[in-house]
Design a protein around this ligand. Structure first.
Ligand code: PMP
Length: 394
């Protein structure tokens, strides 16, 4: 009875582990979860206070224009210049219900049935589903730890066809934590420009960068690409605001107008109070963001070392976001405390059952043989959780 469109959505590969972790917790087990895709910090006070004040002002009890509060669109345009180095007008900004909604809207705005979207793997679980829902066809390009999960122009060129409409690009990356260098980004952007391929570039982890890595925005490095590029971003990761549901897309005026029409019928405006909070975030200081980044960097460094100390596990240093993405293939098919796991899903189940530790198997991101460990949790929990895995494995 369900439409083909919805029936084709794949069940989340993370769900089984998550359901079991919750069930174990409900039974009173002390489960340490490395699955979180969100900061563990509260939203900074000045943002919360702006929302409290907004609640008390009846003007925020009403609709805003569908594409967003004019002040917020303008502040996002300013912020895009500040952080991405790309000059845009407020009319080029569409405020959406989170970055995820911006991702879906961007594909809906660009894809006709059968249009191909190049999607490097490992990929954030949502991308292929959002592409398919929008009528596009995901064309997955595999990468591995030998290139630190970065796709090359040669790999992109190898899958390019007459139907290639869009390249999905994300740096810093979820789940791999990889950050592309400015030279790599320039090469990929130049390739896209040359072949008339749109780029949707997801910049949601722009401020979470570690060590020598630097953030760079593709349309800033390849300015001529701006006419065929959509930037996706949001307040979720930068300001610890995942629950507030404010994101945006920035692009050429015709695409943003079409997407705003779509939004006006699908969802109307984003919650007015949440938009006021987002305004305080993007127009405000970055001090607390830097403090969170410092904590993430410390945790990521510790996690990286601890993962590499586990026999059978190898892991590159995370460069951005808040994930380590170790190669766990050395743990497959071997005796682990009297049990064996044939693949990542079985390994995640085994480690959850035997060690009360949850993580997301690489299968969820189109990358079997790897696993995602979030370091958006307390230092002690990281040490305890990884210590439990080390004990089980050794
Ligand atoms: N892009 C990436 C790469 C993400 O990891 C996420 C969150 N998991 C999002 C976009 C969307 O974030 P939100 O919808 O919470 O703004």
């Amino acid at each position: 009875r369900t439409s083909q469109r919805l029936a084709s959505i794949a069940p989340s590969a993370t769900l089984a582990v998550d359901v079991k972790a919750k069930a174990l917790r409900a039974e009173g087990a002390d489960v340490i979860g490395f699955g979180a895709g969100e900061p563990d910090f509260p939203t900074p006070d000045h943002i919360v206070e702006a929302a409290v004040a907004a609640c008390r002002d009846p003007k925020n009890h009403r609709y805003t224009p569908a594409p967003g509060l004019p002040e917020l669109r303008s502040a996002i345009a300013d912020k895009t210049l500040r952080d991405s180095g790309v000059q845009v007008e407020a009319s080029q900004v569409l405020v959406t219900n989170g970055g995820k909604h911006a991702v879906y809207t961007a594909f809906a705005a660009l894809c006709d049935p059968g249009d191909e979207v190049i999607c490097p793997a490992p990929y954030w679980t949502t991308y292929p589903e959002a592409i398919t829902l929008a009528g596009g066809v995901p064309v997955v390009v595999d990468t591995d730890d030998s290139t630190n999960f970065k796709v090359s122009v040669d790999q992109l060129e190898a899958v390019r066809t007459d139907r290639t409409k869009v390249l999905l690009f994300v740096s810093p990356d979820n789940p791999s934590g990889a950050v592309y260098s400015p030279a790599e980004i320039t090469a990929i952007g130049t390739w896209a420009l040359e072949h008339d391929i749109w780029v949707i570039t997801d910049e949601i982890y722009e401020h979470l960068i570690y060590g020598d890595a630097v953030f760079a925005s593709m349309p800033a490095l390849v300015p001529d690409l701006a006419g065929q590029c959509i930037i996706v971003n949001g307040v979720a990761k930068t300001y610890a605001m995942t629950g507030w549901r404010v994101g945006w897309m920035v692009g050429p005026n015709d695409v943003i107008s079409a997407a705003a029409n779509f939004q006006s019928h699908a969802t109307s405006n984003v919650s007015n109070v949440a938009q006021r909070a987002a305004l305080a975030a993007v127009a405000g200081p970055l001090d607390e963001v830097y403090a969170m980044r410092t904590a993430f960097e410390r945790r990521g460094t510790a996690m990286h070392a601890m993962l590499n100390d586990i026999p059978g596990v190898t892991c590159g240093a995370p460069e951005g976001a808040f994930y380590c993405f170790p190669n766990i293939s050395g743990l497959l098919g071997v005796d682990l405390g009297g049990h064996r796991a044939a693949n990542g899903l079985e390994l995640a189940d085994l480690i959850l059952t035997e060690a009360n530790v949850a993580f997301v198997p690489g299968e969820a991101f189109g990358a079997p043989g790897y696993a995602r460990f979030s370091f958006a949790l307390g230092d002690d929990d990281i040490a305890t959780g990884l210590g439990r895995i080390a004990d089980l494995v050794s």
